[in-house]
Design a protein around this ligand. Sequence first.
Ligand SMILES: [Zn+2]
Length: 119
Amino acid sequence: METATIVTGTIFAAIAAYILCVILRTIWRVLIVITAPIRWLFQGIAWALGWRLRRGRRAYIGQDIKARVFAKHGANCVNCGSRERIELDHIIPLARGGQDIETNLIPVCRGCNARKGAC
Ligand SMILES: [Zn+2]
């Protein structure tokens, strides 16, 4: 009688543990499915922020550097002399190791910059 109680108790404990495990696993799976859109949202925000930061860092040229470039070359396009839509262009492109420094920048208009890019 004593042995039978122990065996039955053990079996019930094992079944209870298994059921608990299944319930927890189900809850976990449901949580993963429920939170998926939230995680996508956060991933999207993180991606967008990272994209903005990368873009911002790449496009950023300090105001003091801009002022020195314009002081050196004038505020006109060095190619055509236009004063319209002046941008700073890299003599050595960033992709080839050029830097955002005064000696690597010249003022060019958007038209010349676009044409140069097409060449
Ligand atoms: Zn120009």
